[in-house]
Design a protein around this ligand. Structure first.
Ligand SMILES: NC(=O)c1ccc[n+]([C@@H]2O[C@H](COP(=O)([O-])OP(=O)(O)OC[C@H]3O[C@@H](n4cnc5c(N)ncnc54)[C@H](O)[C@@H]3O)[C@@H](O)[C@H]2O)c1
Length: 333
């Protein structure tokens, strides 16, 4: 039985606590939040679980094996470092840290103490991403052309980070998982309108083999959109994460260009075949992910969404941030 302490019971923390509480092989020993309102909500939802405002006592408790850090981004490094220093495994929310140096330090600390770090890149455990991964691996889509995602909604405004650090980790972690090539360079543009942090941003990531990715993140959108287009040489797909059924539609569409001798013009053939919506696994991704974390710790296995995966995402975020501040300059990774 892996005994957890959870720090942070704001918006996302309740999902982590609920899933851990339902998980065989895990036990929630205590939940910590410095907000009295959050603590009252927690007590009401889980009367049997001790609640505290004292993170230090929880981090030092001999009765806890792992800490879930579900607090705002700027606190991840300090809390994860304290947890690792006290000999606890850590499950840290995305994005891992606010700088590559912090991420590298935590990875080194965990390795030295033989502890596990796992970053909550929740989407990697969804039926949709697993299906896309399968379609890419088995060659159904063919060589990849592009990944183009729109992740926009009204708020929730974060006070510590801009919209890139809040929303782009989802797509960057998905790209890191799906695209085998290492990203080469990033360009980002954006603007802040309300609280000094960019609330609208457009990120382009260049990969080898002419693969390009684009992410549109926005806290000022009147409607929530979660749409990703993935284009391959053989097939293309549309993933609408807000669809209840048929989240993914695969299109047998494409373009073939041929030129015959003697012809000045290229011959462009558009292929327009069937569309189908593959069956997706229906599970709560966070529950699957936490089960995997418990399994990795119990069997001393490194999770694939470990500190290194978190660091790769942080590097892309930092490069996007730098480019944003330089009004769209190309930043090499
Ligand atoms: N994986 C996902 O899909 C997903 C979704 C939403 C948020 N998140 C991540 O979860 C984290 C938290 O986001 P949120 O939206 O829940 O934030 P939030 O502000 O709603 O909640 C954070 C909570 O942490 C508490 N807190 C902050 N510092 C603390 C400390 N030192 N000790 C004890 N309590 C402390 C606050 O009082 C608050 O209740 C962020 O890193 C965010 O990126 C992940």
């Amino acid at each position: 039985m892996l005994k957890f302490g959870v720090i942070g019971y704001g918006y996302w923390g309740p999902n982590v606590v609920r899933n851990l509480a339902n998980l065989e092989g895990a036990h929630v020993s205590a939940v910590c939040d410095k907000s009295p309102t959050a603590r009252r909500r927690m007590e009401k939802s889980h009367p049997g679980i001790p609640v505290t405002d004292d993170a230090c006592a929880m981090l030092a408790s001999a009765d806890i094996d792992a800490i879930a850090v579900v607090t705002p981004v700027w606190t991840h490094y300090e809390l994860a470092k304290a947890a690792l220093s006290n000999g606890k495994h850590v499950f840290v929310e995305k994005p891992f840290t606010t700088s590559r140096e912090q991420a590298e330090e935590l990875i080194e600390l965990a390795a030295r103490k033989n502890l596990k770090i796992m970053i909550d890149h929740t989407f990697l455990f969804t039926g949709a991403v697993n299906k896309i991964d399968q379609l890419l691996k088995e060659g159904t889509l063919g060589p990849l052309y592009y990944y183009d995602s729109t992740r926009v909604n009204l708020g929730l405004f974060q006070h510590d980070v801009n919209v890139i650090w809040d929303l782009a980790p989802h797509d960057l972690s998905i790209m890191d998982y799906l695209i085998q090539e290492k990203p080469e360079a990033v360009v980002a543009t954006g603007q802040s309108h309300l609280n000094g942090h960019a609330d609208v941003a457009f990120i382009t990531v260049y990969f080898p083999n002419r693969i390009i990715a684009h992410i549109n993140v926005n806290w000022l959108s009147p409607v929530k959109v979660r749409t990703t287009l993935i284009g391959g040489e053989k097939k293309m797909l549309l993933w609408n994460d807000l669809e209840a059924d048929e989240k993914i539609k695969v299109y047998d569409k494409g373009v073939n260009i041929t030129s015959s001798e003697g012809l000045y013009n290229l011959l462009v053939n558009y292929r327009s075949g069937d569309m189908w919506a593959p069956q997706l696994e229906q599970v709560e991704a966070l529950g699957k992910e936490l089960t995997y974390f418990v399994d990795c710790v119990s069997h001393d296995r490194a999770p694939f969404n470990d500190g290194e995966a978190g660091l790769r995402v942080v590097k892309m975020l930092a490069a996007a941030n730098e480019s944003l501040h330089k009004r769209g300059a190309l930043v090499y990774l």
